[in-house]
Design a protein around this ligand. Structure first.
Ligand code: ADP
Length: 747
């Protein structure tokens, strides 16, 4: 008999839960198991009947982009009682379910573990009461649990990100951007309350992403008793210097050092009294939970969902309950109760006013973000530190525009040195088009897309190098900070390689990766890629809606040059059936198989086909070629439409993730310049910065050529190709596709 797995969502809902359900169901079916949806959380498990139903592959079609949870969720007081759990076990046994994937917060996961611990006893109780046969109990001697954290607050130990947190951050950042523009028009102050009773993640990260002026979080209350005066001084100073908006972000659970709650109304009163300003309060509330999941949440949920199903199906009697999470872009599997206990320990530290411990338990990234925010909220540029020299550094963008470039430049300008802006990339250095930047001139840059400085793909050669050396000398430039893509890396490499001929190049040179293609060496992610991915996903959602009405196959062409990052990730995030990558090549045999798959699918009731093609996947099998081929072969079964997404992928306001990444990398890039000032002739003083295994790390420019593939302009190693098998598994038509049925409606 096949193994039977139940999947449920419980506690508060979060965007991305549907993607996790889809991946869990499909991965389990792929393993030959039978899957049951348990509706309305633990209450459905207790009530049984229509609340526990078998789910087929097709039932999870079309849900990836939907917020909320198709299974419904609930809080169940009855499940907290032994009698309640006894009924739950009876219902599970009746369906032969002894493996569970539970998607919820720490409460739901604690409940799941309790059920596992009591399983044997409860089974025997049911036998003794004559409710089930001994043979049935014997056939299911244990229960296995794999937990996924569904919570917008990102409040759980054991995973870098919880399902829903990134989407909530999108909602909040959008809202604060909107509030900022109205606040600036009226010169008003706004107090914005965001969710997070026990966790300041959303408040901290949204403040960092939106350029807010002050933030209050439960883990690290202001360290002064009279923090109100300090806050008002900073806001007043900002106004004096020309800032038109003042935004204070307050986490739901904000408190002072004595543990007294800090509410929005209190903050409002303080601002009104001390600043004599017009102050408005906005409580964002449930909009933070709503809407379509972000690209990141879809990918994250898909990866952890599939892993959880495999683990729950593979576990044996002695395997404890596990939490499946993510750490540095890799799936992690940890003992569930250890994660719950650590989460409770952190909450207890906050309640016990041990803020040092609370911050320590939140981890390095959280602490670093808090420090960066502290630096940023000073209303004036960092005053020069006595005894520390102010460095004149050139800052420029190069390569294609990438959303988040401006956020990086803005941060660099804010660090107390003398920034000199270079216009239009390397061209500006060649033609002497640069100017010292004013601190206030970049104050509104963080949320803007494109490149305010202007960028170009020019890579200097021959006489250009001489011109650049002259410009650097004329302006007394001590270092160069390049925020950009492939052409920027090539240019900086050239300056580095020509150091022996041009002494002016013997200064710190630092490259910050910014390219939507995510094709740069020395960093797992580049600034702009997350925004581009979200732009693609938003458009494909719309294309899917339009196509489903008329039996259509859509071929969507996405950017990336020869790098398949955007194509592969967007295929996972949109549920595409097929993705064409240059890395894998495209053969006629592949295309024949795809046509067969499409024809068979449409013959059996399929209404939509979605194929994603990287712009350079194959030189001859172009997007129009694929379209013509599928159209001809599809006959009257389906028609074909092409969408070449083009430059919309380079535009748009940067996502919170890109803004935060830009801020993080630029901040460390300035630290690098400080550390290598006066040591400009050393190899160590020329480097790229990036995220490697989740940490900010430097790679010497000396190493860079070894890491790049010149011909295809992409790194030799591409970590995300490791996600290819899961994309393939999910994109199958599925075992049940010969009898496609409409999706199971919500109860
Ligand atoms: P979350 O899962 O988001 O933390 P809750 O704490 O409200 O949300 O938990 C959701 C449900 O999980 C509860 O309504 C209850 O049915 C179950 N649950 C929570 N904690 C426990 C527990 N300690 N023992 C048994 N069941 C629990």
């Amino acid at each position: 008999m096949p193994k039977r797995l139940g999947v449920l969502t419980s506690g508060g809902d979060a965007q991305g839960m549907n993607a996790a359900i889809r991946a869990t169901v499909r991965a389990a079916l792929d393993q030959g198991a039978e899957v049951f949806g348990i509706y309305e959380g633990y209450q459905g498990m207790i009530d049984g009947g229509k609340y526990i139903r078998q789910v087929e592959w097709a039932a999870t079609g079309g849900i990836l982009q939907r917020g909320g949870t198709i299974l419904g969720t609930a809080r169940s007081a009855e499940f907290r009682t032994r009698e309640g759990r006894l009924k739950a076990v009876r219902n599970l046994l009746q369906h032969g379910i002894d493996r569970l994937v539970v998607i919820g917060g720490d409460g739901s996961l604690t409940g799941a573990n309790l059920l596992r611990q009591e399983w044997k006893e409860l089974c025997q109780e049911l036998v003794a009461a004559g409710e089930i046969e001994q043979a049935l109990a014997d056939a299911h001697p244990y229960l296995t649990i794999a937990g996924l954290v569904g919570s917008i607050d990102n409040d759980m130990f054991g995973t870098d990100m919880t399902i829903g947190a990134d989407s909530a951050l999108h909602r909040i950042t959008d809202a604060i951007d909107a509030i900022t523009s109205t606040a600036a028009s009226h010169q008003r102050a706004f107090v914005v309350e965001v969710m997070g009773r026990n966790c300041g993640y959303l408040a901290l990260m949204s403040a960092l992403a939106s350029g807010a002026d002050w933030v209050l979080i439960p883990e690290n209350p202001p360290d002064l008793d009279d923090w109100e005066t300090k806050m008002c001084d900073i806001l007043r100073e900002g106004r004096k210097n020309g800032r038109r908006d003042s935004i204070v972000v307050v986490a739901e659970g904000a408190q002072d050092r004595r543990g007294n709650p800090i509410t929005c109304d209190q903050v409002k009163q303080v601002l009104e009294t001390k600043l004599d300003e017009d102050v408005r309060v906005t409580v964002l509330g449930h909009v933070q939970r709503g809407g379509a999941p972000s690209a990141y949440d879809r990918v994250l949920s898909t990866l952890v969902g599939a892993a959880a199903a495999n683990i729950a199906l593979g576990a044996g009697e002695n395997d404890e309950s596990v939490l499946v999470g993510i750490h540095h872009n890799k799936i992690t599997v940890l003992p569930l109760m250890e994660c719950v206990d650590k989460t409770h320990e952190l909450n207890a530290a906050m309640r016990g006013l041990d803020f040092l411990k609370a911050m320590e338990l939140r981890g390095k990234n959280f602490q670093e973000s808090f420090r960066t925010l502290r630096t940023l909220i000073r209303s004036m540029p960092h005053p020069p530190v006595p005894g520390k020299e102010r460095i004149r550094f050139a800052v420029l963008n190069a390569g294609g525009p990438a959303p988040g470039m401006n956020a990086a430049v803005r941060l660099a300008v804010d660090k107390g040195h003398i920034p000199v802006g270079v216009y239009r990339g390397m061209r500006g250095l060649i033609t002497d088009n640069l100017q010292e930047m004013e601190w206030m001139s970049v104050s509104g840059w963080a949320p803007t897309g494109g490149s305010e400085l202007g960028t170009s793909r020019k890579v200097p050669s021959g006489g250009d190098l001489y011109a650049i050396a002259k410009t650097l000398e004329k302006h007394g430039i001590d270092a160069i900070l390049m925020v950009g893509g492939w052409a920027g890396y090539q240019s900086m490499l050239r300056l580095y390689q020509e150091r022996a001929n041009f002494p002016a190049f013997n200064i710190p040179l630092i490259c910050v990766p910014a390219s939507i293609n995510n094709n740069l060496p020395g960093s797992e992610l580049s600034i702009g890629a997350d925004t581009a991915l979200n732009s693609i996903v938003e458009v494909v959602d719309k294309i899917k809606q339009s196509a489903v009405a008329s039996n259509r196959c859509c071929i969507v062409e996405v950017m990336g040059r020869y790098c398949g990052y955007l194509a592969l990730m967007s295929s996972i995030a949109t549920g595409a059936e097929r993705v064409y990558l240059h890395e894998e090549g495209v053969t006629l045999k592949d295309l024949q198989r795809d046509i067969d798959m499409l024809k068979e699918g449409f013959e059996h009731g399929k209404r939509l086909g979605l194929m994603i093609r990287n712009e350079n996947a194959n030189q001859l099998y172009t997007t129009p070629f694929l379209s013509a081929l599928f159209e001809e072969e599809g006959g009257s079964l389906f028609d074909v439409r092409i969408s070449v997404l083009g430059h919309l992928q380079q535009g748009g306001d940067p996502t919170p993730y890109d803004r935060i990444l830009a801020t993080r990398l630029a901040s460390k890039a300035i630290d690098f310049i400080e550390a290598h000032y006066h040591k400009g002739e050393t190899d160590e003083s020329a480097a790229s910065i990036g995220l490697l295994s989740g940490d900010v790390q430097f790679t010497s420019l000396y190493e860079i050529p070894r890491l790049m593939d010149e011909k295809t302009q992409r790194p030799k190693e591409q970590w995300w190709m490791g996600l290819r098998p899961i994309a393939k598994m999910l994109a199958q038509p599925g075992p049940g596709f010969h009898n496609l049925q409409p999706r199971i409606p919500n109860l």
